[in-house]
Design a binder for this molecule. Structure first.
Ligand SMILES: Nc1nc2c(ncn2[C@@H]2O[C@H](COP(=O)(O)OP(=O)(O)OP(=O)(O)O)[C@@H](O)[C@H]2O)c(=O)[nH]1
Ligand SMILES: [Zn+2]
Length: 357
C-alpha cells in the first residue's frame, strides 16, 4: 500500500483547495478555480498563464444571464479582455442580477471538448460552492501542478459515483419521543459529510420499517424557521416512530436540497427578491434538487433494512429510493408545519416538484 493519497483522497483534498480559492489541475490540462472565492491576485496570475481564460457555468445560470449553452448542461464563455474580477464574480453570483441584468455581449464557445469543464463544475458543486469556474489550459499539466504545488487529478476520476460509507459508532440516546433511541454515525471514505441514523426501538429487519429520510435544514430543524416545514416534519416523524415503538430516521447532511447552507441562504435572498424556491436554485446555477438518495438507501441497507414505510409527501423521493433497490411498500404522508409564511413555498413544491399536500 502506498503512503501517498489515492485518487479519492486527492479529490477530497481538491474540494478543500477549491474552497480556499486554490486552483486544481486536471490531467487533460484544464486548470480551474472556483469563481466564488477567486482573489484578485489569483485572477491576475491565471490570466498570465497558458491559454485565454474561459468561464464555465451551468446551463441554468447561462439561461439566466442570456448566454447560449452549446454544451448541453454547461456553457463555456470566453473571458473578455476587459473583464474585471468583479465582473467575473457577477457571472457566478446572481445577487446583483436585478440591478445589473446585462453582462454581455457574451461569447460562448462551441468548439473543443467540454468534458473537463463539466468535471470542474461537478467538483465545485461537491465543494458546496457556486457552480462557476475560471479555467485556463496548460500544455504540461503534471509539471504545472508540481511546480505550483497544486492538486493534480485524473479527469475521469471525477464521477457521480458515491463513496463507500461505513458505520463509525453507535450508542444509546434516550429522547423525549422514546427512551429506546440509538444514534448511528456513518462516514464516507472520501472525506465528505457524515450522515446520521436515529433508530427508535428495535425494528424487525424482516418487516417494513417506518422510516424518514430527512434532509438537513439548519434553519428549520434548529432555528424553527417558518419559511419551510422541515422542523415540524422532523419532530412529527420522530413522534410517530416513538408512538409506534420503532422506526428509523436518517438525518442526511444534504442541506438545502444538496447545495449547502451558504447557497441556500443565497436562494433565500433571491426569494426575498420575488423568485420561488425552484427559480432561485436555477438562477444560482443548480438543479432544483441536487440530493443523492443513494446515500440513504445504502445506510438503510447496511442497517439491515430492505423494506420501508416512508414518511414523505414527495413521490419523487419514493421513486428515487426504489431506483436504488429499496422497496417502499407504503408512502406515509407527513402533513405538518403549514403556516402563512410557508404557504407559497409549499404551493411551489406541489406545483413544480410534485409534492402531495
Ligand atoms: N435550495 C433550497 N433548499 C431548501 C429550501 N427550503 C428548504 N430547503 C431544503 O430542502 C430540504 C427538504 O426538502 P423538501 O423539498 O422540503 O422535502 P422533501 O425532502 O423533498 O420531501 P418530504 O419528504 O415530503 O419532506 C432540506 O434540505 C432543506 O434545507 C429552499 O428554498 N431552497
Ligand atoms: Zn427547511
Amino acid at each position: 500500500m502506498s503512503i501517498s493519497p489515492d485518487t479519492s483522497e486527492r479529490i477530497s483534498r481538491a474540494r478543500g483547495d477549491l474552497r480556499m480559492g486554490v486552483p486544481v489541475v486536471l490531467s487533460s490540462g484544464l486548470v480551474f478555480c472556483a469563481i466564488e472565492v477567486l482573489t484578485e491576485s489569483r485572477f491576475n496570475a491565471l490570466r498570465g498563464e497558458g491559454s485565454d481564460p474561459v468561464i464555465a457555468i451551468t446551463s441554468w445560470r447561462a439561461q439566466t444571464i442570456k448566454a447560449t449553452a452549446y454544451d448541453g448542461d454547461i456553457a463555456r464563455i470566453a473571458l473578455p479582455k476587459s473583464a474585471t474580477r468583479t465582473w467575473v464574480a457577477s457571472i457566478a453570483d446572481p445577487a446583483g442580477d436585478l440591478n445589473h441584468p446585462m453582462k454581455g455581449p457574451l461569447k460562448t464557445l462551441r468548439d473543443g471538448p467540454a468534458g473537463p469543464h463539466r468535471a470542474a463544475i461537478a467538483l465545485t458543486k461537491a465543494a458546496h460552492l457556486l457552480p462557476a469556474v475560471l479555467t485556463i489550459e496548460v500544455a504540461n499539466p503534471r509539471a504545472f501542478a508540481l511546480n505550483n504545488n497544486l492538486t493534480f487529478l485524473p479527469e475521469d476520476a471525477i464521477t457521480s459515483d458515491t463513496s463507500p460509507l461505513h458505520r463509525v459508532v453507535h450508542a444509546g440516546l434516550p429522547m423525549d419521543v422514546s427512551e429506546a433511541g440509538r444514534l448511528h454515525i456513518f462516514r464516507p471514505d472520501d472525506g465528505g459529510e457524515e450522515h446520521y441514523a436515529v433508530e427508535i426501538g428495535h425494528p424487525d429487519r424482516s418487516q417494513p420499517v417506518l422510516s424518514r429520510l430527512h434532509s438537513a435544514c439548519f434553519t428549520g430543524d434548529v432555528l424553527g424557521s417558518l419559511k419551510c416545514d422541515c422542523g415540524p416534519q422532523l419532530r412529527a416523524a420522530l413522534m410517530q416512530m416513538g408512538a409506534e415503538g420503532s422506526g428509523v430516521l436518517l438525518y442526511l447532511n444534504q442541506e438545502g436540497r444538496g447545495i449547502g447552507l451558504a447557497n441556500k441562504m443565497r436562494a433565500y435572498s433571491l426569494q426575498d427578491q420575488g423568485f420561488d424556491t425552484v427559480e432561485a436554485n436555477h438562477r444560482l446555477g443548480f438543479n432544483d434538487d441536487e440530493r443523492d438518495f443513494r446515500i440513504g438507501a445504502e445506510i438503510l441497507r447496511q442497517m439491515g433494512f430492505s423494506q420501508v414505510r416512508l414518511l414523505t409527501n414527495n413521490p419523487a423521493k419514493v421513486a428515487r429510493l426504489e431506483g436504488c433497490g429499496l422497496s417502499v411498500v407504503e408512502r406515509v404522508p407527513l402533513h405538518v408545519g403549514e403556516n402563512p409564511l410557508n404557504a407559497s413555498y409549499i404551493a411551489t413544491k406541489a406545483a413544480k416538484s410534485g409534492h402531495l399536500f
